[in-house]
Design a protein around this ligand. Structure first.
Ligand code: NAD
Ligand code: MG
Length: 473
């Protein structure tokens, strides 16, 4: 493994100044009611990037009030889908114009590789906006012939109302638009609570949304902690729906809050990392992985040669190191890595465990860091059974030369998405979400717009008209 962790970021990119650090409510940047702030940290160094206004219940109240007004009385849900499309396309263009700065902002706040932010995170955010902009003017109901022939009805697809979006730190930009873009297309008004570890890009998007012409109150951003701002949003009686992505533990809290108030819930998610390898190729793969790990470059996320940057925040860094210790203690063999890197920042060596048993914690729980666990299997049936014997089911990948195996395994694995001979390929048109404890509902795809719509049936008789004028030509 090569370490390039104390690189000179300025040599590779312009490090942006922080322009937005207040709450965005009703089209304005404002301080929190309490005046409180929290620090957002740069995982390259562990140093403070900016102090961000910390939203709490009173601020969520103000944001919900603004969104409620924008939804109940404002133009956004009432304008044509085509008008919403044009404004969303303008926002996509503004993001494109500021791509370098947004990519660098994401890198300093989340530690994501700058080169990936430039080609994945920010461009995918633009794609999501453009995709759902295109959906905004294609929201249709259906015409129904009622059974007795004396009535007909049609359905209207109407926005659900005020939506609260709660976002994790691993994809701050993509998750922001995965949630807001279909909700905007549907005509909803919303409050976004970004993760406390990565609030900066969301505030920048709020600013650009206003420039693009999204009316005040439609898109509010309230940074803050989960237990304060997040919890207040989830239990607010004037919020019609919550869309949440994060850990299962928080998902449970969100569901509990929803049960105690009037909320509907979008999705919750988890990601897992267990690699099952057939016995005939196990040793060869271990050999190859060992070579790869030795050449893997961990370093400053602005450095173009880096393949892995720091963990996004201190809590996650410590969690990953704790899981590595569990792995060692439970008897898995460390093939590579296993240690933190350097004195500064949150860097962890790429870590590979072999001889992992299904009941070890590293195989059962989500680590969410650069740690891979290899497990050996004999038959395909056994692999399917063991892969399915987890409480999660977000994604699975199959590597095989056999079309039959690819077909059998993809239909048998209980996961929301299955990649065959590829991994992590996503597209706005491809629904994404989990089976089992990994979630409800789907983000992306046209069905994500449905989540933010509700159906109204309108029924009318087709007989018994008192009079008729029929013009025929
Ligand atoms: P988390 O659950 O701790 O936090 C997610 C969000 O929920 C944050 O904005 C947080 O402030 C908020 N939150 C925390 N407590 C809350 C409460 N009581 N009420 C309301 N909101 C609250 O998760 P995290 O550690 O930030 O993110 C990592 C997790 O997210 C991982 O478990 C990962 O699997 C999951 N995730 C899944 C997907 C996906 O698969 N689609 C994508 C991204 C993240
Ligand atoms: Mg940060």
């Amino acid at each position: 493994m090569e370490e390039h962790c104390n690189g000179n970021s300025e040599a590779y990119a312009k490090i942006p100044k922080i322009k937005f650090s207040k709450l965005f409510i009703n089209g304005e940047f404002v301080d929190s009611v309490s005046g409180k702030k929290f620090e957002t940290i740069d995982p390259r160094s562990g140093e403070v990037i900016a102090e961000v206004a910390a939203g709490d219940k009173e601020d969520v109240d103000l944001a919900v009030k603004a969104a409620r007004f924008a939804f109940d009385h404002g133009p956004w849900p009432r304008m044509s889908g085509g008008e919403r499309r044009k404004i969303m396309m303008k926002l996509a263009n503004l993001i494109e114009e500021n791509l370098e700065e947004l990519a660098a902002l994401e890198t300093i706040d989340a530690g994501k590789l700058f080169k990936w932010c430039k080609i994945i995170d920010i461009p995918n955010s633009i794609d999501l906006l453009q995709y759902y902009a295109g959906a905004a003017d294609k929201i249709h109901g259906s015409t129904l012939k009622m059974c007795n022939g004396q009535y007909q009805s049609y359905t209207l697809r109407e926005p659900v109302g005020v939506v609260g979006h709660i976002i994790p730190w691993n994809f701050p930009s993509i998750m922001f638009f995965m949630k807001t873009a279909p909700a905007l297309a549907a005509g909803c008004a919303m409050i976004v609570k970004p993760a406390e570890q990565t609030p900066l890009s969301a505030l920048y998007y709020a600013y650009l949304a206003k420039q693009a012409g999204i009316p005040d109150g439609v898109l509010n951003v309230v940074p803050g902690y989960g237990a304060t701002a997040g919890a207040a949003l989830c239990s607010h009686m004037n919020v019609d729906m919550i869309s949440f992505t994060g850990s299962t533990e928080t998902g449970r809290k969100v569901l509990r809050a929803a049960a105690d108030s009037n909320l509907k819930i979008g999705e919750i998610c988890m990601a897992g990392s267990r690699v099952f390898v057939q016995e005939g190729i196990y040793d060869k793969l271990v050999e190859k992985l060992s070579v790869m790990a030795n050449h893997w470059v961990v370093g400053d996320p602005f450095d173009p040669s880096a393949q892995q940057g720091p963990q996004a925040h201190k809590g996650q860094y410590e969690k990953v190191l704790t899981y590595i210790e569990h792995g060692k203690r439970e008897g898995a063999t460390l093939l590579a890595g296993g240690k933190p890197i350097g004195e500064k920042g949150y860097y962890v060596q790429p870590t590979i465990f072999i001889d992992v048993k299904d009941d070890m914690r590293i195989a059962k729980e989500e680590i969410f860091g650069p740690v891979m666990s290899l497990m050996k299997f004999k038959t395909i049936e056994e692999a399917i059974e063991r892969a399915n014997s987890t409480q999660y089911g977000l994604a699975a990948g199959i590597v095989t030369n056999s079309l039959n195996i690819a077909n059998t395994v993809s239909r048998s694995v209980r996961a929301g998405i299955v990649w065959i001979n590829c991994y992590f390929t996503l597209d706005p048109d491809c629904p994404y979400g989990g089976y089992k404890m990994s979630g409800y509902g789907r983000d992306q795809g046209l069905e994500a717009v449905d989540k933010y719509l509700q159906t109204k049936s309108v029924v009318t008789p087709v007989y018994n008209s008192p009079w008729l004028i029929l013009i025929s030509s």
